[in-house]
Design a binder for this molecule. Structure first.
Ligand SMILES: Cc1ncc(COP(=O)(O)O)c(C=O)c1O
Length: 392
């Protein structure tokens, strides 16, 4: 009997403890966790530095209203701006709040410059920006919006194709009332599909030409997950607005929307707010996370682990071409597209004590902590290899 509503399809397992890359059941059974809260625990479970930060801050101050100055938030915003394209930050508590705040920033900017009719957001059909009422209509996915009408207006959709042209008919989709294009730099839930650098550049060029804004949702692929602090950095594209969440809290709920100076002018006092967003406890954790994750050495190490893991995964694909169709992704945001049923594969990995999670297009998502050890990657490959041989 459970008193929790049935909106999740939960596995029949629970954990009482986590350490680094591992989770432990109450009877002490150890699982290699390559879900990590879906790209949240970037430093693994119970990271000692983060545990110490929480302990210290919890003795000082947990929560205070945004009616007052919050020095820990000032500090984190400064670091985020100094390390990225951004000039200003608003803190939230989750990814979906961050994407909705991004939409608000874009609309409010056009309102503030006397163009309130520019309010429509162009998104990729069947993308993922969260589960709140506007965010589900931003995704345009039937599965997510069914039964949640009336439809929230203000969103248009483009297709993102696997082959060229990647964004067919894009120019015609941008109308006089379009405010922004909002896309995930790497589609996470959508099956770990990267928008190639060339296409990102193309999007940026069109946004400049049509005088609209570019919002890059880095909730899942940001904060070191791609091997760069932001996944779009590799393309040299500068977005106007970037929602982030997941990794920046290392397991503590934090969301944020980063923006440039130009668009920030619309966000005058009273235009947006959050009771919990940017509280001192969350901000203290965020500061500790960013100090570790944004260092060149740490990011180089993510790239190194990624290169090693991809080479092993591609070898596995070569050995089992009838099972593995494609290895996708970048950094430690990895998708294995299968020929056979993804659910069965994930269950078999779990039977062998490796936790992974599904994504669209029959993809198995692999999300190790960013500080994963080589020996743990080897262990995962060994388990995957065993499962492939059993399914052959
Ligand atoms: C790209 C992207 N945007 C937004 C969200 C929503 O984040 P949250 O679940 O924290 O609301 C997610 C969550 O998976 C995501 O992957």
């Amino acid at each position: 009997m459970t008193y929790l509503a049935k909106n999740y399809n939960r596995k029949k397992i629970s954990f009482v403890k986590g350490k680094g890359s591992y989770l432990y059941t109450s009877s002490g059974i150890k699982y290699l966790d390559f879900v990590q809260g879906i790209a949240v625990n970037c430093l693994g479970h119970a990271n000692p530095k983060l545990a110490e930060t929480i302990k210290n801050q919890s003795k000082k101050l947990w929560h205070i209203s945004n009616a007052f100055q919050i020095p820990e938030g000032e500090k984190l915003a400064k670091k985020l701006c100094q390390k990225t394209f951004a000039d200003y930050v608003i803190f939230q508590n989750s990814g979906t709040e961050a994407t909705e705040a991004a939409i608000k920033v874009a609309r409010r900017y056009y309102y503030s410059i006397g163009k309130p009719y520019k309010n429509r957001i162009l998104c990729i059909k069947n993308s993922f920006h969260g589960r709140t009422i506007a965010a589900i209509f931003a995704s345009g996915s039937k599965k997510m919006t069914e039964g949640f009408g009336p439809k929230v207006p203000g969103f248009d959709h483009i297709n993102f194709k696997n082959k060229k042209p990647r964004f067919p008919n894009l120019r015609n989709k941008i109308k006089k009332n379009t405010a922004a294009i909002m896309v995930e730099t790497i589609l996470g839930e959508g099956g770990i599909k990267q928008i190639p650098d060339k296409c990102l550049k193309y999007l940026r060029k069109i946004c400049y030409q049509k005088k609209i804004l570019l919002i890059l949702d880095e909730v899942q692929c940001g904060v070191g997950r791609s091997g760069d602090f932001f996944a779009f950095e590799q393309s040299k594209v500068k977005p106007d607005i970037v929602p982030i969440a997941k990794g920046i809290g290392g397991g503590f709920p934090i969301g944020a929307v980063l923006m440039n100076k130009k668009v920030a002018t619309g966000m005058t006092p009273g235009t947006h707010g959050s009771t919990f967003g940017g509280n001192p406890l969350a901000m203290a954790v965020g500061n500790s996370v960013i100090d570790i994750v944004s260092s060149k050495k740490f990011l180089n190490n993510v790239k190194k682990s990624s290169k090693y893991f991809f080479s092993k995964l591609n070898k596995l694909k070569k050995r089992y071409p009838n099972i593995i169709k494609e290895i996708r992704g970048r950094g430690l945001l990895i998708g294995i597209k299968l020929h056979k049923d993804q659910g069965k594969f994930i269950q078999k990995l779990m039977d062998n004590k490796l936790l992974t999670i599904r994504a669209a297009e029959n993809v198995v998502r692999i999300l190790p902590p960013l500080n994963v050890k080589k020996i743990e990657l080897d262990q995962a490959i060994k388990i995957m290899s065993k499962v492939c041989s059993e399914l052959k």
